[in-house]
Design a protein around this ligand. Structure first.
Ligand SMILES: C[S@@+](CC[C@H](N)C(=O)[O-])C[C@H]1O[C@@H](n2cnc3c(N)ncnc32)[C@H](O)[C@@H]1O
Length: 383
């Protein structure tokens, strides 16, 4: 087996950077703290990778998918709630509740303290149904496409997906994801709940910026384009109850059919991003986790439906929330995020790629707002 461990001198360099990042935590002001923590986390991850015995990391990496499978089985058991409040659940109780063989349960859970189980910090997030929905959506609706990719890419001679050929999702499933969702309402409900699993953005200071714009009660404060079940606007309303004006969430009719009612203070409007934007005079047009689902060509098409409005309405802002990758040296997590969008025909973009994409539609970047989450809020301006 080839010797490929990181040389000790390189580990020492990483350690120096790690110590710098740790010192940054002590000197960070309140507003800098999240950033300082993220930098420290990145350095700590680099250190862990550098200490890993590379050959030993091969097996756990490929078998990681078993975590998602085990989570699905626990959801099928319907016993998540039993772990609420840090409670331990006895093996005998799980056998009684599920009728599963003890040996199966032993494979799915890791025994902690005698014949009983307690959630670790990695398991606790799944007490929230939205995280379970996301695991379920990715496991059943996206992973099969990813698994098919070596085969479907070869079949397509490794040519990049185009409008004519469709995306790897279509190659594997015969239909694009969003139209497929339209005819599978149970899966659309899972997707809509699942996208809530991601922390809402705290990068953009909605209250300060909307106040500066002088938004009044009858104004349209925000149009959240392709905003799913309205969870982001719901969160903004809750976090900043004093914001005035109307919040409109647009999405496909099939998505709204999977949602009983809009959140309080939010209006729903069926809209297809590939058609002209019907809402004029909004102060903010907001797209979150949309551009990364689509190719540059598609993004340019739907930008073409909003840029003319920005030109006519100089006070309107365009905000795009997604990852902004570094131009070089992306982390493993960032590279995985990028490749995860590929089966849908999308990608995560570096700052340079964002600039290039936006310039095609006559837009520049005014500011990149960053908060505690990985993605950033790109504020655009008309060139
Ligand atoms: C990844 S989700 C993001 C939802 C939400 N913006 C968020 O940040 O959680 C993508 C959304 O795009 C919507 N979508 C897909 N194609 C669309 C289209 N042609 N027109 C409008 N919405 C679309 C989907 O229904 C889904 O709600």
């Amino acid at each position: 087996m080839a010797e490929s461990a990181t040389p000790t001198e390189e580990v020492r360099v990483i350690l120096v950077d790690l110590k710098k990042a740790a010192a940054g935590l002590d000197t960070a002001s309140n507003s800098e703290l999240q950033n300082a923590r993220r930098t420290l986390q990145m350095q700590a991850q680099k250190l862990v990778y550098s200490l890993e015995e590379p050959n030993a990391a091969v097996w756990p990496r490929i078998f990681q998918v078993n975590v998602s499978a085990a989570l699905e089985v626990i959801s099928q058991f319907g016993i998540w709630e039993r772990f609420e409040g840090g409670k331990s659940v006895f093996l005998a109780e799980i056998v009684t509740l599920t009728g599963a063989d003890e040996s199966i349960i032993a494979h799915i859970f890791v025994e902690s303290d005698g014949p009983k189980f307690t959630l670790t910090s990695a398991g606790k997030p799944y007490l929230h149904p939205d995280h379970r929905a996301f695991n379920n959506f990715v496991f059943f609706d996206l992973l099969p496409t990813i698994m098919a990719m070596p085969h479907t890419l070869a079949e397509h001679q490794y040519r990049a997906p185009t409008k004519q050929t469709g995306t790897p999702f279509k190659w594997a499933n015969g239909e694009e994801l969003w139209t497929w969702m339209g005819s599978h309402p149970d899966r659309a409900a899972q997707m809509v709940a699942g996208v809530r699993s991601h922390d809402p953005s705290n990068a953009y200071p909605w209250d300060v910026e909307l106040e500066k714009l002088g938004v009044q009660d009858n104004d349209i404060a925000v149009v959240d384009v392709a905003g799913g079940k309205g969870h982001i606007m719901d969160e903004v309303r809750r976090r900043y109850p004093n914001i005035k004006g109307r919040f409109i969430v647009q999405d496909l009719l099939s998505t709204f059919e999977a949602v009983p009612t809009p959140p309080e203070g939010v209006e729903f409007m069926a809209y297809d991003i590939f058609t002209p934007q019907p809402v004029k005079d909004a102060f903010i047009y907001h797209y979150r986790h949309i551009f990364h689902n689509w190719s540059d060509g598609d993004c340019t098409t739907f930008l073409g439906h909003v840029v003319p409005l920005l030109k006519l309405q100089p006070r309107s802002k365009l905000l795009l929330v997604d990852l902004v990758l570094p131009d070089r040296d992306a982390t493993m997590q960032q590279a995985i995020a990028d490749l995860s969008m590929f089966p849908l025909g999308g990608m995560e973009r570096s700052e340079g790629q964002w600039k290039e994409l936006l310039a095609k539609s006559g837009l520049g970047i005014r500011n990149i707002w960053r908060g505690s989450e990985l993605e950033a809020c790109v504020e655009c301006y008309v060139l």
